[in-house]
Write a protein that binds this ligand. Structure first.
Ligand code: 5GP
Length: 181
């Protein structure tokens, strides 16, 4: 048993459940975008692993690009103001853009990102999130594609971190309180 595993309280979604869902989403998205050469925008760092698997489950021509955002800090997070740490390298004007997210919680980060990207006049702009915690939502925001709706618990693994670790767990789990206390 490795150190990462001993910090896991319970497994919420197994590696197999995630794999099946990603394949299913990939098929749906490939049908939707088959002649559109979509630009998949990965929101770093949490969506890194989902993006890698999802893009390979989409058997069509597509492009990828990356954005990194950060909240201005605890006191301003509620305002939904985020800072762009890394912007896209590609112009998205006239492009079919699919934002690939790890999790939507309050929705504030993604809401900001969407407003920002809309200004750049994409032909279409949709959201695909692996996880959704709708009970915590603070803005009206509905993903176009969603892997799993989960309860209000802090999850780790498959790209999601706690203090920058646990991203490399192959499943999604809940952290033991001892690991962060
Ligand atoms: P929002 O602006 O929707 O509240 O925040 C979204 C971001 O918060 C996600 O992209 C993720 O980085 C982080 N986040 C929200 N819930 C969780 C969670 O349960 N686990 C982890 N590791 N990060 C989370």
């Amino acid at each position: 048993m490795n150190k990462l595993m001993t910090d896991v309280h319970e497994i919420l979604l197994t590696r197999e459940e995630i794999e099946d869902k990603v394949q299913e989403l990939g098929k749906t998205l490939a049908a939707e975008y088959y002649d559109k050469r979509p630009l998949l925008v990965c929101v770093l760092k949490g969506a890194l692993i989902f993006m890698a698997d999802l893009s390979r489950a989409m058997n069509i021509p597509l492009e990828v690009d990356f954005m990194a955002v950060s909240s201005y800090g605890v006191s301003t997070k509620s305002s939904g103001v985020v800072r762009i740490l890394k912007d896209l390298e590609t112009s998205i004007e006239g492009r079919h853009v699919l934002i690939v997210e790890d999790i939507i919680d309050t929705g504030l980060t993604l809401n900001y990102l969407i407003e920002n990207l809309k200004f750049r006049k994409p032909a279409s702009l949709k959201i695909c999130t692996l996880l959704d915690k709708p009970s915590r939502r603070r803005v009206q925001l509905q993903p176009d594609y969603c892997g799993f709706v989960i309860p209000d618990e802090f999850v780790i693994g498959y790209g999601l971190d706690f203090s920058e670790i646990y991203r490399n767990l192959p499943f999604i789990g809940v952290l033991k309180p001892e690991a962060y206390q």
